[in-house]
Design a protein around this ligand. Structure first.
Ligand code: C2E
Ligand code: CA
Ligand code: CA
Length: 451
């Protein structure tokens, strides 16, 4: 019979110890971490001194595992554990709580600044090269910290906050440390407040479509309208879509919100002259949802709006997450005559390759280029290049955010067909839009000569 491996222990006390230990590194595990925090919270019951915890995640550990092999990966994790343990003072503890995630507890760190400083040191310690056989590997790590201030916080809440901070650190690039501050806490509360109010508003049908005219730049005739969601909450007052749309996306409310706004928008647009199109924004998260296409079609069916008068605006970000899913949705929509535009072109991760993979009917040049067209040579060249490209690809173009006559003139001169912006009209509700249409219908078309 083979002797039992060293880590198999039989006494009850040792068994308990084993349950609290990470076999690979010998550090404490998640249970140990929670146990330590809970004890410290108890100890601090009568003592208001704060303390800090942190979570640290190795950046790009998986590629190292793939490149050097699993055994080497384990070896690196053990070296990481050794370095972290050596960097702890006698009151602090480090544990391993996930594959490449470590957590530490600093009972004697009392401020956000001190937590940040200490954690930066850990990241520095981990950045020195690792020996793996004959080779060396380098690693960076990101970390998030949180502070315990009051005893209505539990260890779970504290860890959640540190994880939130870690998530932000990861988003800001490699090797960052973020401390969950009271400002972040306030901001998180505000987001939750908006989320709850928005859920209620969507259920009560209180989000409204507003409409901004899109014109033929040559004649200044209105050719369609972009739908822009507007929401005024009883307590919060008007909330900008720049705020509530990202929250709706993140918290899974964008689907119902979008359906509500599209329903109301198509109901309003039925009463417009039939040569006008209605444009509608789809969020990136809706392009990974297989139901999106069907939902749009069923709304059009119910409201009796001609799909050939509808345009859907999507951004490149929306195509990146799951290109295959976006492709399917776009194809389904185009099959019934819905036109698809590429919104905010020129910002974000623009890729010209996208224009080969996807068929767009229209491209919208981002406001950033339009606003600097008069005083910035690069913007001018970029716009001209975009226009030439669209002509070659047979796509319509709309320049967004036109505020001044001189900008419109210059765009006409370059051959840009469509325009949108405060110069031609601000977004208005359904009634005001009808009024605008009556008024402009009576005006003779204005033909501008570029010069
Ligand atoms: P977007 O799709 O790029 O919409 C254009 C934004 O530019 C609108 O902001 C519009 O009011 C603003 N704008 C138009 N002309 C001008 C101008 O001449 N100057 C300036 N400074 N701004 C101009 P808004 O309404 O605040 O919407 C912000 C963003 O929120 C939209 O950007 C869109 O991404 C999103 N959004 C709005 N409604 C919806 C919606 O129903 N669904 C989805 N998914 N997103 C929406
Ligand atoms: Ca848009
Ligand atoms: Ca846009």
């Amino acid at each position: 019979m083979k002797p039992a491996p060293a880590y198999v222990r039989t006494t009850t006390a040792d068994q308990a110890d084993y349950a609290f230990t990470d076999a690979l590194t010998g550090l404490g595990n998640m249970r140990r971490f929670f146990d330590k925090i809970d004890r410290l919270i108890d100890d601090r019951a009568d003592d208001p001194a704060p303390f800090a915890i942190g979570v640290l995640d190795l950046d790009g550990f998986k590629p190292i595992n793939d490149l050097f092999g699993r055994a080497a990966g384990d070896e690196i994790l053990q070296q990481v554990a050794l370095r972290l343990r050596a960097a702890m003072d006698e009151s602090s503890t480090v544990t391993r709580i996930g594959a490449d995630e470590f957590a530490f507890l600093y009972p004697m760190v009392f401020s956000e600044e001190a937590a940040r400083e200490r954690t930066r040191l850990l990241i520095e310690v981990l950045s020195a090269p690792y020996d793996v056989g004959h080779r060396t590997a380098r690693l960076s790590a990101s970390a998030g910290c949180s502070l315990f201030y009051s005893d209505d916080e539990t260890s779970e809440i504290l860890l959640n906050k540190a994880e939130t901070a870690l998530y932000q650190a990861k988003r800001s690039g490699r090797g960052a440390v973020v401390v969950y501050t009271r400002e972040m806490e306030e901001a998180a509360k505000r987001v939750t407040h908006i989320e709850q109010a928005l859920r209620r508003a969507v259920a009560a049908g209180e989000v409204e479509p507003h409409f901004q005219p899109i014109v033929d730049l040559g004649t200044r005739r209105t050719i369609g309208f972009e739908t822009l969601a507007r929401w005024t909450d009883r307590d919060l007052g008007p909330v900008s879509p720049g705020v509530f749309i990202p929250i709706a996306e993140e918290r899974g409310i964008i689907g119902p919100l979008s359906q509500l706004v599209l329903r109301k928008a198509t109901e309003a647009a039925r009463g417009w002259p039939s040569n006008l199109f209605l444009s509608f924004n789809l969020s990136p998260s809706q392009l990974v949802d297989h139901n999106t296409g069907l939902q749009i079609l069923s709304i059009l069916e119910r409201t009796g709006f001609d799909p050939r008068r509808l345009e859907i605006e999507i951004t490149e970000t929306g195509l990146m997450n799951d290109p295959a899913s976006a492709q399917r949705i776009v194809e389904d929509l185009r099959r019934v005559g819905i036109r698809v535009s590429l919104d905010d072109f020129g910002t974000g991760q623009s890729s010209l390759g996208r224009l080969r993979e996807f068929q767009f009917d229209k491209l919208k040049i981002d406001r950033a280029f339009v606003s600097s067209i008069l005083d910035d040579r690069p913007s001018e060249h970029i716009i001209r290049a975009i226009l030439a490209m669209c002509e070659g690809l047979g796509m319509d173009v709309v320049a967004e955010g036109i505020e001044a006559e001189a900008q419109a003139d210059r765009l006409v001169q370059f051959g840009c067909g469509g325009g949108q912006g405060f110069l031609f009209g601000r977004p208005c509700d359904a009634d005001a839009t009808l009024g605008y249409l009556r008024e402009t219908a009576m005006r003779p078309p204005l033909r501008k000569i570029a010069g």
